[in-house]
Design a protein around this ligand. Sequence first.
Ligand code: NAD
Length: 371
Amino acid sequence: MGDLVLITGGAGFIGSHLTDELLKRGYRVRIIDNLLPQVHGSVSVKPSYLNPEAEFIRADICDSEALRKALKGVKAVFHLAASVGVGQSMYQIKKYTQTNNIGTSVLLENLLHTSVEKLVVASSMSIYGEGLYKGSDGFIHNTTIRTVDQLRKAQWDLCCEDGTVMEPLPTPESKVPCLASIYALSKYDQERMCLLIGNAYNIPTVALRFFNVYGTRQALSNPYTGVLAIFASRYLNSRPPMIFEDGKQRRDFVHVYDVCTACCCALERCIANLSINIGSGIYYSISQVALELSKVLGKTDIEPLISGKFRIGDIRHCFADITLAKNVLGYKPKITLEKGLIELAAWLENQIAHDKLDIANSELVARGLTS
Ligand SMILES: NC(=O)c1ccc[n+]([C@@H]2O[C@H](COP(=O)([O-])OP(=O)(O)OC[C@H]3O[C@@H](n4cnc5c(N)ncnc54)[C@H](O)[C@@H]3O)[C@@H](O)[C@H]2O)c1
């Protein structure tokens, strides 16, 4: 019998794919997930895509008793349970802190003195804030930010003192974190707490800093996270995707299959005490990605709406330097955006997407968090 692996948040988008991959590799999988209504709908039933071979425990990550039971006989833990959403975290501060920070502390307390031999925690690119930049003088800028004043004037790019636009570079793990939202702060806390306790108690621990993950099973009706899912739900409702700023902001889209492969390598390789970027290493602008999606959905007649609006805390560019992942995990992303979008489109054909973007936006407007 294969080793037993626990996935917190295993009913979610990434967790469910990871479940499939681990079962395929001969592991036994146990999931603990509270089926958060924002992700799973108000009836919060076990999603039909969830692999029936996995053992499922419906419980909150803050439920110490449930976790103690869930950890029985477990050899490795993937900690994925989290409240996910940058903008929303700026007003649901308690909820994000409760799930992400307190939830991680409850997991870690219960992890001590168990049979767990590996911990892998889902961290996020959001901890970097802006990515790495090079100025026209060749100087590398590690801690650049955009001021609200600058955004009000629609000066989207990061500039040197002489006014020249800085060049965005692939962001390595050594980039100084710049925490611009409660979500980012909580993801950084999750990462540091896991690495710190793992190191102190000799539980080999790895933090994987995911970039923009996309693929099937992404919650289409959750307007708070996942730009591709948000755009898809707009197209499926014959409405234009709303693009902030000028649409030229660059992101790194990585397919969930590649993410799950990286997770398995982190589990199986003899590594510890590391934070590793998991992206594709390739950037696309947000406008480009909207266009590519419209092509595979046959919706090129719908022009994205380039709003010129902005969200406080949003970054201009961030894409991954994946050298460390290649070196220590043997990671090599396989799914190109073109291929990944074709698969996504085939899945989307049978999905009903409730477009709740206007609700999410009006929540930000009401709090002065968007222009
Ligand atoms: N999807 C991305 O692009 C991305 C990028 C960076 C990091 N991440 C991280 O990866 C992890 C998984 O993300 P995802 O995209 O699969 O999100 P998701 O929302 O689809 O999955 C999260 C799961 O956690 C569960 N959950 C939430 N609160 C819980 C609680 N209090 N107790 C128990 N379960 C709870 C939800 O029900 C859900 O099934 C998260 O930690 C997220 O921060 C995701």
